[in-house]
Every structure is written in C-alpha cells, then in structure tokens.
Design a binder for this molecule. Structure first.
Ligand code: UDX
Length: 445
C-alpha cells in the first residue's frame, strides 16, 4: 500500500519506517527541512534502538521523507496524522492536528480516488469525528464516507522499545467512521501475523489509548503510595509486597503448561521516584481535564498525578535523613532520562530532584551516557558537573542517587565496594542488590 505520514516526530518516524520494513511504500512528511534531509541521509533525528539500521535499509527503497505534503497525499492511498498534541495545562493543543487536516483536505480536493485519513496522534474522544472530519470535508469540498474515509489508530509505543512494539504489537486498535475506512486500515495491517485486532469506532479508539496509559500510570502511583507507606511502617519492603501481590493468579495467570503468563513480578508495579516521559503525565492530565470539562471529575486520576508530582521528594527526604544540611554535600546523580533506552528528559523525575539539589547548594556530579547532551541543555549555566564516566562521577561522592533504571548501574555495589569510605546509596528505582550495599536507602523500604 502507499502511505503518507504527516508529522515525522517520534511516532510518525517509527510508524513510517516499520510500515516500510513491512513492505508498504511510505512517505514521511515534515515541515522541518533539516530533519527531512537528515532522515533521507539515514541519520535518525532521535535516539531509538534499531532505528538507524531500518532507515539505512529502507531509505530510497520503500521509504523517503519530504516537506511536500500535497504531493505525498496525491501519491498515496492513506494518510496517517502523527503530529504532536501538547497539553497546555487545560486541554490538548489541536493546532497541529487541525493544520495537518486542513492541508490533507486541500490536497484531496485535487484527488479523484478514494483516500483514507487516519489519526494516530493521541487525541481526546470525539476529536477525529468532530474536529478532523469536518475540516477535511471543508478543505476538500468532498463528503466523508463517500469520497474519503476517516479512521483513528492509536499507538502504544514505548520509547526505547518503539520499533519492537510496532513490529510485534500486543494489539492493534482500528477505529473508523465506517466499515470501508476500517477495511483500509485492516489492509495496512494485514502484513502483521497473529495479532489481536480490535475494530471499533473512532471515539472508542481514542478512549482506549487514554484508558490504557491511565491504568499503567495508576499502577505506578499505586505502587509508589504503598511504597511510601512501607517506608513509614519500617521493616516492610515494597518490592516484596508487590511480588506477593503479583503472584495472585488473577494478575499472573497460570497456563496449561504450569507456567505463569507473565513473569511473577512485572513492570508497572515497580515503585520508584515517579513516572515521566512524553505520554503518561500528558495523557493522564489531559483525560483529567477532559473529564472535568464534561462535569465528570476523575478523582482517581487526579490522585495518580498528585502522588507522582510528590514522588521525587522522597529522594530528598532520604538524603535529609542522613545529612542535617545538604549544603556542600557531594552528590553523584546516576541517570537523568525519564527511563532507560532513551535520551528523553521530558518530565523526568531527575529534573525536580536535581533542581532541588541545586537550590540546596549541594555539590553535584551527574552521569547519563545517553541523555547527557539533553540534560546539559536543561541545566545549562547551573552548578552541576556532567561526567563521561561512571567511576569519575562517583569518586569522592558522599551520596549516590540512582534515578534511571539503566543496566549499567546494576553492579554499583562492586564499584563502591572498592571505595575507602562507603557513600550513602539512594536507590530511586529499587534496582540494586541492597544486601550487598553497606549504606543503602531505597524507595518503599
Ligand atoms: C508509555 C506507554 O508504555 C506506551 O504504551 C504509550 O504509548 C506511551 O507511554 P513510555 O512513555 O515510553 O511509554 O514509557 P514506559 O516504559 O511505559 O515508562 C513510563 C514511566 O514510568 C517511566 O518514567 C518509568 O520509569 C516509569 N515506571 C514504569 C515506573 O516508575 N514503574 C514501573 O513499574 C514502570
């Protein structure tokens, strides 16, 4: 199939290159000329595992990037809208979605064959039918359902695992205004084998995306709240509590062969210094605001956000237990990105933590081999030294904070074992071998 993707950000580019790898002819469109040139030279504009290899393989074959939206729509059967939908504090900003829809519509005006426009951006329920569809009709002068189709196909891509998630998805949700629109989406995904596919309407597809992220975020805040109580009780460990919880067959079912479907202790029930990234905070806040607007406040989700906003403070509290004043304390911060596998600093818990440490006049060295550049941009001109080497970072530190679950930190006990004076270790991700560390503090302990 011939597919154009409008918006070559994280979602657009990953979707585009994976669809090309699956055999479709894909054109990725972006307004940023520099980005387009980079992509066409197979240089990934973002850090994502396996992206470069796939770009190299598919560029000039099944895949190319361009700034020419008009021509791309004319040459393809289906356009995916994958532009950003930033949350401005009260609602998601649909400016880019509307502009993309308008331009697709203008191009469709000059097209005689049936075209399908599919929203991939995360948008609140009703956006595809009530905002995108009318703009398309108005700009094209054509009739939805007759001359063109409209669909909604949310993405469930984790940063750092996005290519893998796209190629081997848990499920594909295909929303559409009618059977014909969904049929075109089905054709696009027919190259995927053995995947659960859900056909539904646009509004439900939109709601599935928010609901999914909201539940995962709720599980994390739940674990963090329980963890904070465990810490207050003393002598209870949230890691064991969650492991005990998760051995319930209703959470980890046992298959016919006697094995559990999921590992005994899965992700999203891990207490830590909070969730970040471009999705969870934005989507939970957006659904909250949307509910409020409809006169249906989302009490649970409000609490999920409140817990998350306070969670980074736990790290500071743990430090305060050991240092009467933080002024001048030599602190090594390990991990800056919001999670491993990415250089993304958006909403990373490291931001409020480091900001507070700077305000307290501590002596900070930070290390993140992938996110260093991004972190340096954020803390430009601030009193913080960024190191290139783990040993150099922790040398002479009185306290070491682990804020991102990078594999590299797993054997920290071995490195600090060699230190003359044992630093305090604060495990913000509960990833270290606590029994091998002399001075250990961890979330939920
Ligand atoms: C998420 C969803 O997983 C994905 O389906 C959606 O489309 C986009 O948002 P992503 O933001 O890449 O993906 O990150 P994810 O791996 O889900 O982690 C989000 C945050 O939660 C990270 O900051 C992570 O450190 C934190 N987290 C995750 C926890 O604190 N505890 C956990 O148990 C799991």
């Amino acid at each position: 199939m011939k597919i154009s993707i409008i918006g070559t950000g994280y979602v657009g580019l990953v979707s585009g290159i994976c669809l090309a790898e699956k055999g479709h002819q894909v054109i990725c469109v972006d307004v940023d000329q520099m980005k387009v040139e980079k992509i066409n030279k197979a240089i990934p504009p973002i850090y994502e595992k396996n992206l470069e290899a796939l770009l190299k393989k598919n560029i000039n074959a099944n895949f190319r990037a361009t700034t020419d939206l008009y021509q791309s729509v004319l040459e393809t059967d289906l356009s995916l809208i994958a532009v950003g939908t930033p949350f401005d504090g009260t609602e998601i900003d649909l400016h880019y979605v509307k502009e993309a829809s308008r331009q697709i519509g203008m191009a469709m005006r000059d097209k005689s064959s049936y075209h399908v426009v599919v929203v991939k951006s995360t948008v609140v329920p009703g956006t595809t039918d009530d905002v995108v569809l009318p703009i398309l009709e108005h700009a094209s002068g054509k009739k939805a359902g007759k001359d063109f189709g409209v669909g909604m196909n949310p993405e469930f891509l984790r940063e750092g695992e996005a290519i893998e998630d796209f190629m081997f998805p848990d499920r594909i949700v295909m929303g559409g205004m009618d059977d014909k629109s969904i049929g075109v989406l089905e054709k696009m995904y027919s190259v995927f084998d053995n995947i659960d596919m859900l056909r539904t309407n646009n509004k439900t597809a939109e709601m599935i995306k928010y609901t999914s992220n909201s539940l995962l975020a709720t599980m994390i805040s739940f674990s963090n709240e329980i963890g904070n109580l465990c810490a207050a009780i003393g002598g209870t460990d949230v890691v064991d509590v969650m492991r005990g919880l998760h051995l319930d067959k209703r959470l980890s079912p046992i298959m016919d062969n006697g094995k559990r479907i999921t590992p005994a202790f899965t992700t999203y029930l891990q207490a830590g210094c909070g969730f970040g990234g471009s999705c969870f905070p934005k989507d939970v806040n957006a659904l909250n605001a949307y509910g409020k607007k409809l006169g249906k406040p989302m009490w649970l989700l409000e609490a999920v956000m409140k817990i998350n906003e306070q969670q980074p403070r736990q790290i500071i509290h743990m430090l305060e237990k050991h240092f009467p004043s933080l002024e001048g304390v030599r602190i090594a911060v390990l991990g800056m990105s919001f999670k491993p596998g990415t250089d993304d600093m958006r909403e990373s818990p490291a931001i409020p933590i480091v900001t507070e440490l700077i305000a307290r006049n501590t002596n900070i060295r930070a290390y993140d081999s992938v996110a260093k550049k991004e972190a340096m941009k954020l803390f430009k001109d601030k009193n913080i030294v960024f190191c290139d080497d783990l040993n150099q970072t922790i040398h002479g530190a009185e306290a070491i904070l682990v804020l991102t679950r990078w594999d590299e930190f797993e054997n920290l006990h071995q490195i600090i074992g060699k230190c003359e004076k044992q630093p305090l270790i604060i495990d913000g991700r509960r990833m270290l071998k606590k029994h091998l560390i002399k001075r250990y503090e961890g979330i939920g302990l």
